[in-house]
Write a new protein. Structure first.
Length: 230
């Protein structure tokens, strides 16, 4: 049974989530403020965290930063704050996903299931993965499409590797630019869009209607449908 840490300062929301998670076969543990949330994750090592941003003690973004100092546990933000700036702050701090309130319990449970599947099925150390029509070999630094090798530039490979190492996770523009180019500027932001477009031509059957390398408007990109190839 997977354990979900539910962090929210509203008792009614924690209670509702506990009931929904129990009905779906999960065990829930709870915290109502920032310091308690960090202690809860440190002491119970949950499989996933569902975290509000507006917390007493210190806010959810600070909670994410502190958790990321010792754990890679998936973190899903569940917040009434729906501005792009709020989402980007949380994602840049290390959150994996973002759901706004009011929310559908079914959608949240689907996000939880997806995060747990990613942990079980594909890890950054997976040697070979399949993404749609493409097979990516991390050890050999190679890509094949329908059995034919595809040549990638070093920058294309670095960007693709970052996506493959974080399957399903929403990666912000800032994260990707830092990971691939080591900094952030207007020219690199423009380059990122071009490189994503190029990768879509390799990974997608219809690049204009991507099913794997998705755009999260105002935030970044997400690679889905990553499966072990062996």
């Amino acid at each position: 049974m997977s354990t979900v840490a539910v962090v929210d300062d509203e008792h009614a929301i924690r209670q509702a989530l506990r009931s929904a998670l129990a009905a779906a076969g999960y065990e829930a543990v709870e915290a109502a403020d920032g310091p308690a949330a960090v202690d809860l994750v440190a002491t119970t090592a949950p499989d996933i965290v569902v975290l509000d941003l507006g917390l007493p003690g210190y806010d959810g973004v600070e909670v994410v930063r502190r958790i990321r100092s010792f754990s890679d546990v998936p973190i899903i933000i569940l917040s009434v704050l729906d501005r792009d700036t709020d989402k980007i702050r949380a994602l840049d701090a290390g959150a994996d996903d973002y759901v706004t309130k009011p929310f559908s319990v079914d959608e949240l449970l689907a996000r939880v299931r997806a995060a747990l599947r990613r942990l079980e099925s594909v890890s950054p150390s997976s040697a070979r993965v399949r993404i749609g029509r493409a097979t990516v070999d991390l050890a050999q630094r190679s890509v094949e499409v329908a059995g034919e090798p595809v040549r990638l530039t070093p920058t294309q490979w670095e960007l693709l590797s970052e996506f493959v190492a974080n399957p399903g996770r929403l990666l912000t523009h800032k994260h990707l630019i830092s990971a691939v180019w080591g900094g952030e500027s207007g020219s690199e932001a423009s380059s990122l869009r071009i490189y994503v477009s190029n990768l879509r031509r390799i990974l997608e059957d219809v690049p204009a209607n991507p099913k794997h390398l998705l755009t999260e408007v105002g935030a970044g990109y997400r690679l889905i449908g990553v499966e072990p190839a062996d």
